[in-house]
Design a binder for this molecule. Structure first.
Ligand SMILES: [Zn+2]
Length: 498
């Protein structure tokens, strides 16, 4: 084939040369006027053109031959070498010696980077193969492929927490930075000026180990891993109508867990599109801080009792309210994960003294907790503001007894509490069953002191006067019912009813 091409080119050379000379002759014939005398130039020009053409043709021939010699492989696969590492085919090259060269370059570059000797541990196998040109990897590509796939052993630094290795880093400096940044994370909410000491509860150390490059971790990822105690990621994007309650319930986690998983989010102010973390952090490191604080503290007050004969011994009235005192305390506190675990008081200065509380109680033994058959006035000293009976088109089922809000309401007779709580227009209400079909009702109370099922004696303070429910001012709405039917209380107070 080579010979055919050569003879074709030499024919071409002959033809072309003669064509050019024909053209030159024609030109002379067409322009006979003041034109440069081509006859004089002909001999020299002929020589120059011949040399130029010959050079051009020889170069093109050589180029074409080279091209064909190397590029016929795009059609037919020819000899190549496949580079295999750990059973995985990496690439194909024409020259097997490229591998050694690339590995040597890589070794040098890596040693420069880690600043000590390394040992490449990956094993490579070279197998003869066939490949077309477009399947062949260039020297530069080969280097990049090796860089990605290579395993080499190096001296690395492991972070050890209570005997467990949690991460491996390239340098001791990086390992130290990881520990410092984890600590910084846990003390981020403290006023730095108050901190005396920041330590870890766990024994944290950095150890030099022999590792492979594949074990080396990203610094930021490792920090995150130590803080969270896991590399698991689960998040939720807040949607319309979501609350912390509904999200916690949906993911079957407690509200407290959801809150602690999102320390920077305010449960009352989540917005659509907010990202909430669903993994409760269980950090590998618990940071303990010692800090000096000056804070105001409450001083508890004491309680003294005054005894009177006109009260029952289970009754109590606060006659003088106690007040906490305030002191300024300077202390060194130790906190772990924000919770105080120790406190050493350095000094204490009382700013205000506490006020002793005085409680008055009775000496009388209370009567038996059952109905006597006689009703006393449930609110002595009150004024009847509305009587039982027809009232403005309706019927008033009780009698209204006005007295200052907070005044003590007494059980008209002993019995069992059968209702104590809110009841619509009655407001806070108490019902007592006295036996024999009789019950009494006390409504619009501001406070209730008894509960359902409780047995009370006659005169027991069961509630306080108020204006809850439908009421125009503080008063007791008092009802007496016989077998469920309201009767006029005025006919029963101070009367033996059974
Ligand atoms: Zn009433």
């Amino acid at each position: 084939m080579k010979n055919q091409i050569l003879s074709f080119i030499s024919n071409l050379k002959k033809n072309k040369t003669s064509d050019v000379f024909l053209q030159l002759k024609e030109k002379k014939y067409r322009h006979p006027f003041n034109f440069p005398d081509l006859n004089n130039l002909t001999k020299r020009t002929k020589g120059i053109i011949f040399v130029l053409l010959s050079t051009f043709l020889i170069l093109s021939t050589v180029y074409s031959l080279n091209y064909l010699e190397t590029h016929e492989n795009n059609v037919f696969a020819t000899d190549s070498f496949t580079i295999i590492s750990e059973g995985k085919e990496l690439c194909k090259v024409r020259d097997p010696e490229l591998l050694d060269a690339a590995l040597e370059k890589l070794d040098k570059e890596l040693e420069n980077k880690v600043d000590h000797e390394i040992a490449i541990e990956s094993k490579f196998v070279i197998e003869p193969s066939k490949a077309k040109d477009d399947e062949i990897t260039s020297e530069e590509e080969l280097y990049n492929i090796l860089k990605k796939n290579i395993t080499y052993s190096i001296l690395a630094y492991a972070i050890d927490i209570d005997g467990t290795q949690v991460g491996v880093l390239n340098s001791e400096k990086e390992a130290k930075e990881v520990i410092e940044e984890v600590k910084a994370h846990f003390i981020r909410d403290y006023d730095k000026e108050t901190l005396l000491e920041v330590t870890t509860v766990e024994n944290v150390s950095i150890k030099q180990i022999k590792a492979t490059n594949q074990q080396i971790q990203d610094k930021d990822e490792l920090i995150n891993y130590i803080i969270k105690g896991t590399d698991e990621e689960r998040t939720y994007i807040v949607e319309k109508g979501d609350t912390y309650w509904t999200i916690a319930e949906y993911f079957n986690m407690s509200l407290d867990d959801l809150i602690s998983a999102n320390p920077n989010s305010d449960p009352d102010r989540i917005q659509i599109g907010d990202e909430l973390n669903l993994i409760v952090p269980k950090p590998f490191i618990n940071v303990q801080v010692k800090r000096k604080v000056v804070q105001e503290e409450k001083i508890p007050y004491e309680t003294e009792y005054a005894y009177v004969s006109y009260m029952y011994n289970d009754e109590q009235v606060v006659t003088k309210a106690g007040k906490y005192g305030i002191s300024e305390v300077e202390a060194i506190v130790t906190e772990q994960n924000g919770i105080q675990v120790a406190k050493e008081v350095l000094s204490e200065k009382v700013i205000t003294e506490p006020v002793t509380q005085i409680v008055t109680t009775g000496t009388q033994e209370p009567p038996p907790k059952k109905g006597t058959g006689y009703f006393i006035n449930p609110l002595p000293g009150s004024i009847i503001s509305s009587r039982f009976g027809s009232r403005s088109g309706g019927f008033h089922l009780g009698q209204d007894m006005a007295k200052a809000a907070g005044s003590a309401i007494k059980a008209a007779d002993g019995g069992t509490v059968i209702f104590a709580g809110w009841s619509g227009s009655y407001g806070y209400m108490v019902d007592i069953d006295h036996g024999g079909g009789f019950t009494t009702r006390y409504a619009h109370c501001s406070e209730i002191y008894v509960s359902v099922g409780e047995k009370v004696y006659q005169g027991k303070i069961i509630a306080a006067v108020g204006s809850t429910g439908v009421s125009s001012g503080p008063h007791l709405h008092f009802e007496v019912r016989k077998y469920g039917t309201a009767v006029n209380p005025a006919n029963y107070i101070g009367v033996q009813y059974r």
